[in-house]
Design a protein. Structure first.
Length: 614
C-alpha cells in the first residue's frame, strides 16, 4: 500500500498512470465504435441479401445500393455525396475544371425543336458563325426530330479535333445549310469578364473558384493596372457558388499583407485542421476594393468576402450571402467511384463560421433549420467593427434586391425576349457598343406588336390570388355573397394587365437590350449592357468615389460600427479535392432561393428549361 502511495506522489508516475488510463478508455471507445460499425454493416448486408433472394421481383443491385447510399449521405448534409463511375466526368466538370471537348455553345429545346441559345466567344461555334436562335435540324446526318436532351447530348459529344457537321436552319436564310466544325477543348474561364466600369475603376467578374482561378484574377488585375491604370477595384462575386479553397486563398494573397491569417478550417481530425496564411508579398495591399455579394455568393466566395471584411481590407456591398461554412474532401472508392464528404468547417479571420443551416442537430426525419438566433455570436474585425456568425456574410452596405415583374418573367419563360433578339439580329448586321446601346421606340413598338401575333398571355399574382379566393369561397359557400365584388376586381385586374406592357416598359427594355447585345458581343455584351442599370455596381461606385465614405466604413464610424445585426436582406437558407485541394461548394450544391414571382436584377432572367453545353 505504501508503494502505491509513493508511486502517486511522483508527478511523472502520476501523469504516466493517467495517460495509460486515458489510452485504455480511448481504445475501449474505438473498439466499441468498431463493433457498432461491424454490426451495422452486417445488418445492411443481411437486408440486401434477403431482398435480392426473396423480393417479389428481381432488383437491380447497383440501383438499390445507390439508393441506400444516397439516403445515408442525405441524412448528413446536402454536400456529402456519392459519385459513381458514370458520374465522374460531370463531377470533374462541376467541381474541378469546366473543360470538355466541344464547340462552345448552348442549346435548348422548344416545341420539339432544338435551338442554339448561347454562343461563347472565341470557340468553334462562333468562328463558324453559328448564332443564338439557329435551329439545329441534324447532327452528322442524324435527324433530331423526336430526340430527347440526353440523345442530343450523346450526338454532340466527341474527341478533341474530331469533326462534327451540323445541319442548321436560320430564318430568312432560304433553307438549311451544313456547318462543319472541329471540336476543341472548351474550358470556361473562372473570370468571365474584366474591364473598366468608369473613371479608372476596375471590374473583375469571378464566376467560380475552379482550378487556375487565382492566376486568372492575378492576370486580370495586372492587366487592369498596367493598361487601364485603375485606381480602385470592384470584385463581383454575385452568383458565385464557390469552389476550391486554395484558389480563394491565392486571390486574397494578391491584396492582403504577408503573414495574415486568411481562413482556418477545423475538422474532427488533426489532418483536417489547419490555418491558411497570406504567404507572399501582395501585388497591391492598398488599392480600394469593393466586393459585390448576393444570396448566391457561397462557400469559397464567402471566404474571400469574409476575409476582406474581417481584415478591414475592402467594403462588402449587396445582399447577405448564402451561408455555407462547410469544407468537403473527396475519397477514392472501389470500381472508380468517389465519395465527397464534409470534413471540416471553415472560419474567417475573426473566428466566425458563416454556416447558416444546422445539419448536425436536426431530428431524424425532419428538415434542417437555420442556426438558432440565441446561438449567434458576436465577433470583431481587425479594426474593431462588430460582425456576426451563423448567417453568411452581411454586407457593409446593403442594397435591397430589385425584382423583375411577373410580366418580364413570363416574356422570358415563353422565349419571347429570345425570339425578338433573334429577329433583331437578322435585321441588323451591326450594333453599337453594349455600354451605350438602347433600343429605339420603333423597335419596342415592333416587339409589343409581335406579342399579339404569338398569342402571349400571362397570369399576374393578383389574378392567381383572386382565382384562389373564388375557389375557397365556393368551397365554403360564401361566393354568392362576394360575387359582384369579385367580378369588379377581376375586370380591374384584366384592365391593368393590358397596360402592363407600358407600365413595365423600362424593365422589358433592359432585358431586351441585354439579350440583343449577347447576339453581337456574347457574354461580354450581356455584362457591359447591364452596367447602366446595375444597382449594386452603382452603389459600389458611390462608395469608391466618396473617399470619406469608403474610409468611414472600414473604420467602423457611426452606423458602420456594427455589421449585420439588423440585416434583413434576403439570403438563402464541394468541390472535389484534387491533390491538396479542399472543396467548398458550388451553386449546384447551394440552390439559390428566388421569389416565385420575380427575378433579381443582378441575375438577369433566362428562360426555364434544360440547356445543354457542347
Amino acid at each position: 500500500m505504501k508503494r502505491i502511495k509513493l508511486f502517486f506522489k511522483s508527478p511523472k508516475k502520476t501523469l504516466l498512470t493517467l495517460g495509460v488510463i486515458g489510452f485504455v478508455l480511448i481504445s475501449f471507445k474505438v473498439v466499441e465504435e468498431n463493433i457498432e460499425v461491424t454490426k451495422s454493416l452486417d445488418i445492411f448486408s443481411g437486408i440486401y441479401k434477403e431482398i435480392n433472394l426473396s423480393y417479389v421481383e428481381s432488383v437491380e443491385p447497383s440501383k438499390v445500393t445507390k439508393t441506400a447510399i444516397d439516403a445515408m449521405l442525405t441524412s448528413l448534409d446536402p454536400y456529402t455525396e456519392f459519385i459513381p463511375e458514370a458520374g465522374i466526368e460531370d463531377f470533374k466538370m462541376n467541381y474541378i475544371s469546366s473543360q470538355y471537348g466541344g464547340i462552345g455553345a448552348l442549346i435548348f429545346q422548344k416545341d420539339n425543336r432544338t435551338y442554339v441559345s448561347d454562343i461563347y466567344e472565341g470557340f468553334p461555334a462562333q468562328k463558324a458563325d453559328l448564332r443564338a436562335g439557329d435551329q439545329i435540324i441534324a447532327i452528322n446526318g442524324v435527324d433530331l426530330a423526336g430526340k430527347n436532351n440526353q440523345q442530343i447530348s450523346d450526338l454532340l459529344k466527341g474527341q478533341k479535333n474530331s469533326l462534327i457537321i451540323l445541319t442548321v436552319y436560320r430564318d430568312g436564310s432560304g433553307g438549311p445549310v451544313n456547318k462543319k466544325l472541329q471540336r476543341e477543348d472548351i474550358k470556361f474561364p473562372n473570370v468571365s469578364y474584366y474591364g473598366v466600369v468608369n473613371n479608372k475603376v476596375g471590374y473583375i467578374k469571378l464566376d467560380r473558384f475552379l482550378e487556375n482561378a487565382g492566376n486568372e484574377v492575378k492576370k486580370a488585375f495586372i492587366n487592369l493596372k498596367k493598361n487601364d491604370h485603375i485606381t480602385s477595384l470592384i470584385i463581383d462575386l454575385r452568383g458565385n457558388g464557390g469552389g476550391i479553397l486554395q484558389e480563394a486563398v491565392k486571390i486574397l494573397n494578391l491584396f492582403i499583407v504577408k503573414g495574415e491569417v486568411l481562413v482556418t478550417q477545423k475538422g474532427r481530425s488533426a489532418a483536417n485542421t489547419q490555418s491558411y496564411h497570406a504567404n507572399a508579398n501582395p501585388i497591391d495591399p492598398y488599392i480600394p476594393i469593393v466586393v459585390l455579394v448576393d444570396d448566391g455568393t457561397a462557400s469559397a466566395s464567402e471566404i474571400l468576402a469574409g476575409a476582406m471584411q474581417d481584415l478591414d481590407r475592402g467594403v462588402i456591398v449587396g445582399q447577405r450571402s448564402f451561408g455555407k461554412g462547410l469544407v468537403q474532401q473527396t475519397f477514392k472508392l472501389p470500381y472508380n467511384s468517389l465519395v465527397k464528404i464534409t470534413v471540416a468547417r471553415y472560419y474567417t479571420p475573426s473566428g466566425r463560421c458563416v454556416q447558416k443551416i444546422d445539419y448536425l442537430h436536426r431530428k431524424s426525419g425532419e428538415a434542417a433549420v437555420n442556426i438558432a438566433d440565441s446561438l449567434i455570436t458576436e465577433f470583431k474585425t481587425k479594426g474593431g467593427r462588430i460582425v456576426y456568425d451563423g448567417r453568411g456574410i452581411s454586407p457593409d452596405v446593403l442594397v435591397k434586391p430589385y425584382y423583375y415583374s411577373n410580366l418580364v418573367t413570363a416574356l422570358v419563360d415563353q422565349n419571347l425576349i429570345f425570339d425578338y433578339a433573334t429577329e433583331y439580329r437578322h435585321r441588323n448586321n451591326n450594333a453599337r457598343n453594349p455600354r451605350d446601346f438602347s433600343i429605339k421606340e420603333d423597335d419596342y413598338l415592333a416587339f409589343v406588336k409581335s406579342l399579339s401575333n404569338k398569342g402571349f398571355d400571362y397570369t399576374p399574382k393578383s389574378e392567381r390570388i383572386l382565382d384562389e379566393l373564388k375557389k375557397t369561397t365556393e368551397k365554403e359557400k360564401y361566393y354568392d355573397q362576394i360575387s359582384s365584388h369579385y367580378t369588379q376586381l377581376k375586370n380591374r385586374v384584366d384592365h391593368n394587365k393590358s397596360e402592363d406592357l407600358s407600365k413595365y416598359k423600362d424593365e422589358i427594355e433592359q432585358v431586351l437590350e441585354n439579350e440583343i447585345m449577347s447576339r453581337y458581343y456574347f457574354q461580354r455584351g450581356r455584362i457591359e449592357s447591364s452596367f447602366r442599370y446595375d444597382r449594386e455596381i452603382k452603389e459600389a461606385l458611390r462608395v469608391i468615389n466618396e473617399k470619406n465614405l469608403y474610409s468611414s466604413i472600414l473604420k467602423g464610424a457611426g452606423p458602420y460600427k456594427t455589421i449585420g445585426k439588423n440585416d434583413n436582406s434576403e439570403a438563402n437558407s464541394s468541390r472535389s479535392r484534387t491533390p491538396n485541394n479542399f472543396s467548398l461548394g458550388t451553386d449546384s450544391d447551394s440552390k439559390k432561393k428566388r421569389s416565385e414571382d420575380h427575378l433579381y436584377e443582378s441575375q438577369l432572367p433566362k428562360a426555364k428549361g434544360k440547356h445543354i453545353v457542347f
